[in-house]
Design a protein. Structure first.
Lengths: 431, 94
């Protein structure tokens, strides 16, 4: 293949396809390269897709995209061994247009999205690995693939090759990630009849529920578990930072089975039939881990640029927004006929002025804080459960006395000063 | 039934294995002499790595291509590449 393209996009996940779609729609000649058998075959996500960023690419996508359920309720559990303190929000307006977010299964969704790109004129090649970026005089000019005569050239290459992003590392844009910068997450898709899901989660057809679970779901390690309802299956998964997994010598699949058999969780999935098991890394280093995102003839988008807000479980939306910003930058660069780093740095500016980097910056110390001070997940969640138990158990003790006892139990376990320090530190990390 | 073991879990997944491994343990002596925990055998979500007394057996055919072993090996002793295009794990659902 000796012809030259305007743009080569590496990867057919949400970032790559958003970029390829927008470039092709604006008349650019786009080649998109996917290493899997089809788009989505290597991609994993817990399952929440946000409406806003997707809608900006394809208006009213919910009318045709393969979605599972619009999420109308988000629950949060602080779980102990045999109890959970929970809070959440349920709003029926989320079940109507324009919706807030949806549960999705990524293999069908990514195939659909990539097909929309192809309809705009993207040339999509599957089953092809990009081995390296080709450079000339310090500028990226194309890619070398694992196909025979596999060198292909373009004005600009977009690396949307996911969390491992070997290509950006080769270019020296980031070092190898540390185990505390990535979360290892495993999940299962469990088939369950629709009416069972509706009954157990208090839903109607076409209403979805998400549950995020902290505390004993990770045996107190830094991470979360989740349960998301699909049409007639449930995604259930758990992840912790790789460093926590290593430190605690956890087998991820044992942790998943611990979750599935937990007395708070088991009744929700009882009788279900496992359909798939998946493992994936999530880039959770946040603000400090974002690599160089624009270079001479090259841009990074999505997970490859570490654009994940772990606290709010946002990732695919940031992938889409960054892919779109990369496309807008490329379209402007094409008009200028300038694909130098200075020209492409417009992408960096867009990214840093958007919600993406602003949100990552807000939580820039959160992961580090919670990794460094394990008491939040290990001690406070059980303490909170004991407090709730005490407060809500009717035993003839006056409520005021109960309150006093609860406060005392908090401070006597950890000491007043330490509790105040812990609260201040947590507030500072997420303020 | 919902799965109970890693073997049952792996059985649910479709793999299109290449004939050549995309994972290479660079120096088995390092695993033997420097790494008492053989931590990759614990955290690998697909139980790809199994210590066989003298060397590390690498069952690359069941790899999810997550990248944990490359990042988590305390001695950077694992060479990690993508399987040949179209090969390796094929997720059908999520």
């Amino acid at each position: 293949m000796s012809e030259k393209f305007d743009v080569i996009v590496v990867g057919a996940g949400p970032a790559g396809t958003s970029c390829a779609y927008t470039c092709a729609k604006n008349g650019l000649k786009v080649l998109q390269i996917e290493r899997g058998e089809y788009p989505g075959s290597k991609n994993v996500m817990g399952g929440v897709l946000y409406r806003k960023q997707m809608e900006e690419i394809i208006p009213e996508f919910w009318k045709e995209a393969p979605l599972e359920r619009p999420v109308i309720e988000q629950r949060f559990w602080m779980m102990d061994k045999e109890s959970a303190v929970s809070f959440g929000y349920k709003g029926l307006e989320w079940g109507k247009e324009p919706y807030n977010n949806f549960t999705v299964l990524r293999a069908p969704f990514d195939q659909w999205f990539a097909k929309k790109g192809v309809e705009q004129g993207v040339l999509l090649i599957n089953e092809t690995v990009v081995l390296e970026c080709l450079t000339e005089n310090g500028k990226v000019v194309g890619v070398r693939t694992d196909r025979p005569d596999g060198d292909i050239y373009a004005d600009v290459v977009v690396l949307a090759d996911g969390v491992n992003s070997l290509l950006a590392k080769q270019l020296g844009y980031h070092k190898e990630f540390r185990p505390d910068e990535v979360a290892l997450t495993v999940m299962e898709v469990i088939n369950l009849p629709k009416d069972k899901i509706n009954d157990r989660f208090n839903l109607e057809d076409n209403q979805g529920c998400t549950i995020e679970i902290f505390g004993d779901s990770t045996k107190g390690n830094l991470g979360t578990a989740f349960i998301y309802t699909n049409k007639d299956s449930i995604n259930i998964g758990v992840g912790t930072t790789l460093s926590s997994m290593i430190k605690a010598k956890l087998k991820p699949y044992d942790l998943l089975d611990y979750l599935k058999t937990h007395p708070m969780v088991r009744p929700l999935i009882e009788g279900g039939e496992s359909a798939e098991y998946l493992a994936h890394l999530i880039p959770e280093g946040g603000y400090h881990s974002v690599p160089k995102v624009a270079g001479n003839g090259v841009l990074l988008a999505g997970d490859a640029a570490q654009l994940v807000n772990a606290i709010h479980r946002e990732g695919s939306n940031m992938a889409m927004a960054s892919g779109t910003m990369a496309a807008e930058t490329i379209i402007a660069a094409k008009e200028r006929g300038d694909f130098s780093e200075t020209s492409l740095n417009q992408y960096r500016e867009k990214l840093y002025q958007s919600f993406i980097i602003k949100d990552l910056e807000k939580y820039k110390d959160a992961a580090h804080t919670f990794e460094h001070y394990p008491q939040y997940f290990k001690e406070y969640v059980p303490m909170l459960n004991r407090a709730a138990n005490k407060f809500f158990t009717v035993d003839g003790t006056p409520k005021k006395e109960k309150q006093k006892e609860i406060m005392k139990s908090f401070t006597s376990e950890r000491g007043t000063i330490r509790v105040l320090q812990d609260m201040y530190r947590a507030w500072k990390a997420v303020k | 039934m919902s799965t109970k073991t890693i073997e049952e879990k792996q059985y649910l997944v479709r793999f299109k294995a290449d004939t050549k491994s995309h994972l290479t343990v660079l120096d088995h002596d390092i695993c033997m002499t420097k790494c008492p925990d053989k931590i990759c055998t614990i955290f690998c979500p697909a139980e790809v790595y199994k210590w066989e007394g003298l060397r590390m057996q690498v069952g690359y055919e069941g790899c999810h291509e997550c990248g944990s072993c490359r990042i988590g090996c305390p001695y950077q002793n694992i060479k990690w590449e993508y399987p040949k295009g179209g090969h390796g794990i094929v997720f059908r659902l999520a």
